[in-house]
Design a protein around this ligand. Structure first.
Ligand SMILES: Nc1nc2c(c(=O)[nH]1)N[C@H]1C(S)=C(S)[C@@H](COP(=O)(O)O)O[C@H]1N2
Ligand SMILES: [Mo]
Length: 427
C-alpha cells in the first residue's frame, strides 16, 4: 500500500468473516511471521554494504527552541475553510488518515471557531464564577495554577462532525474532510467542582452558563451535575499550555459532551436555575427532526467509529494482506467492541482494541485483511460499555431523518475498487 499504509505479508490464516477478514489475534501471534514472509524487505545481499550517506558527511542542524516535524512530513496538515465574507468563523480538520495511535499532536488538533481566535493576554484574563453562589469569585491564570490539578485524556468532537453523511449521495471526501472535526488530547487543569465548592453553590442552582472571551461570546448552558462530576477548567493540552486556537489560556473540558459545550477562552461561569437559551443552543446545536420539532441539549456523543486506513486518498498496492485500522469513541464511556466488515456489512469480525481503552477517549482498533484484489466495502461498527451499538446510516436516518447536520454517528463505508482506490460510498 502506498502513502505509508502498513502492508503485511502473505499468511495462511483462515478468514474469520467474508471477503478476507483475518483473525485479529494474527496481529499478536503471527505478526512477525507475516512480516517476515512478506517480501517487503529487500535482501541485504542485493542492497550491498551500508554506504556513508550524504547526511553523515557534515555536521547536523543546530538546536531550535521549539521543534517542528520533519519537512518530509509537510503534507500531514490540517485543511480548513472559513465562511465566505468572514475571516474567523469556520473550522480546521485533523488529518486522521495520516496519524497513528490516539493522541492528536497539538498543531494538528481540529479547531472550530465562531468568530476567529482571540489574542488573549494571560496576565489580563480572568475567570468569573457568579450567579447562584454564596460569593462570586474571580480567578486569574496564576491563581488557578495553584489549585490541585488533574490530567485526563479525552476526545473532543464537534456536534457537526460527519454532518455530510446526512446528504442524499456520498460526498466525495476522505476521513479528514468527513470526520476531521475530531481530536484527542491529554488535558490538564483544575476540576471545576473545586472552584464551584469554593464559591458555594446555592441549592437552587441546576445549570451553569459557560461563556468564552471571543468576539462571538460563545456560550452554552450545561447541567450543574456535569459541572460537579468531571468538568475541568483546562490550562494544558498534551503537557504544554493550551494552543490559542483551542482556547488559550483556559477552556472548559466536558468529557464526552459535544464539542460546542467545551467553551474555549473561558471567562465566565454563571450558576442558574435553568438553561439560558443562548443563540448557540437555540439557532444551532439542536437536532431538527422530520416532524418539525427539534431536540435541544443533546450532550453526549453517541458511540461512533471510522476506518482511518485504508481510506479515500490512500491506495492499496496490489492484492495481499493489509492492516485495517481506525478510531472508535463514545461520550457514554469506554468502547467495548469494534466489529469490522469487508463485504459492506454482510459479515463482521471483531477488531483488536489497542490499550489503553479509556472512557471518553479515542480507542485505536486494528484487524488484518487479505485483499483478493476485487471490489470490497470496508466498514466499522463500535459498541460502547453501555451496550449501545453504532447504527447503520439507514437506521440513523430512519430514526432521525436528514434535516439536521448534527450528531451523525452512523457507519461510514469505504468502497475499494479493483485498482486499489478507495471512495466514500453508501452501502
Ligand atoms: N468561546 C468559544 N468556545 C468554543 C467555540 C467558539 O467558537 N468559541 N467553538 C466550539 C465548538 S463548535 C467546538 S466543536 C469546540 C472545538 O474545540 P477545538 O477548537 O479546541 O477543537 O470548541 C467549542 N468552544
Ligand atoms: Mo462544534
Amino acid at each position: 500500500m502506498r502513502n505509508g499504509i502498513r502492508r503485511a505479508g502473505k499468511c495462511d490464516l483462515q478468514p474469520v468473516a467474508g471477503n478476507g477478514l483475518l483473525d485479529r489475534r494474527a496481529l499478536f501471534r503471527a505478526g512477525a511471521a507475516m512480516a517476515a514472509g512478506a517480501g517487503f524487505a529487500r535482501s541485504a545481499n542485493a542492497t550491498g554494504p551500508l554506504q556513508i550517506e550524504p547526511w553523515m558527511r557534515e555536521v547536523g542542524a543546530p538546536f531550535v527552541p521549539y521543534g517542528q516535524p520533519s519537512h518530509f512530513e509537510n503534507k500531514v496538515a490540517r485543511i480548513f475553510a472559513t465562511l465566505p465574507g468572514t475571516t474567523g468563523t469556520g473550522a480546521s480538520r485533523t488529518p486522521l488518515h495520516a496519524l497513528e495511535g490516539t493522541i492528536t499532536p497539538n498543531g494538528l488538533h481540529f479547531e472550530r471557531s465562531h468568530d476567529g481566535i482571540p489574542e488573549i493576554d494571560p496576565t489580563a484574563h480572568q475567570l468569573l464564577i457568579h450567579g447562584l453562589v454564596r460569593r462570586p469569585l474571580s480567578f486569574t491564570v496564576e491563581a488557578l495554577s495553584r489549585y490541585p490539578t488533574v490530567s485526563r485524556i479525552a476526545f473532543i468532537e464537534c456536534g457537526g462532525n460527519g454532518g455530510a453523511l446526512y446528504q442524499k449521495s456520498p460526498v466525495q471526501l476522505g476521513v479528514q474532510g468527513l470526520h476531521g472535526l475530531l481530536s484527542c488530547a491529554e488535558w490538564t487543569g483544575v476540576p471545576l467542582a473545586i472552584l464551584l465548592d469554593e464559591a458555594g453553590v446555592d441549592p437552587k442552582a441546576r445549570w451553569i452558563l459557560a461563556e468564552g472571551a471571543d468576539a462571538a461570546s460563545m456560550s452554552r448552558s450545561v447541567p450543574l451535575a456535569k459541572a460537579m462530576d468531571d468538568a475541568i477548567v483546562a490550562l494544558y493540552q498534551n503537557g504544554e499550555r493550551i494552543r490559542p486556537g483551542n482556547g488559550y489560556p483556559m477552556r472548559l473540558l466536558l468529557p464526552g459532551f459535544e464539542g460546542n459545550t467545551n467553551v474555549k477562552w473561558l471567562r465566565r461561569i454563571k450558576l442558574t436555575d435553568g438553561p439560558m437559551m443562548t443563540k448557540d443552543e437555540t439557532s444551532k446545536y439542536t437536532i431538527s427532526l422530520p416532524d418539525g420539532k427539534a431536540q435541544q441539549f443533546v450532550f453526549p456523543i453517541e458511540a461512533k467509529s471510522v476506518i482511518t486506513r485504508p481510506s479515500p486518498g490512500l491506495r492499496l498496492d496490489g492484492a495481499g494482506v493489509y492492516e485495517i485500522s481506525g478510531l472508535a469513541w463514545s461520550g457514554y464511556g469506554r468502547i467495548a467492541k469494534v466489529d469490522v466488515s469487508a463485504d459492506g456489512g454482510k459479515s463482521w469480525a471483531p477488531a483488536l482494541l489497542q490499550d489503553p481503552v479509556l472512557p471518553m477517549a479515542l480507542t485505536r482498533f486494528r484487524i488484518p485483511w487479505q485483499w483478493n484484489g476485487g471490489a470490497a466495502v470496508l466498514q466499522s461498527r463500535a459498541e460502547d460499555e453501555s451496550g449501545y451499538v453504532q447504527p447503520t446510516r439507514e437506521q440513523l436516518i430512519a430514526e432521525r431523518g436528514s434535516k439536521t447536520i448534527f450528531h451523525y454517528n452512523g457507519i461510514t463505508s469505504w468502497g475499494v475498487s479493483a485498482n486499489g482506490e478507495l471512495a466514500h460510498v453508501y452501502a
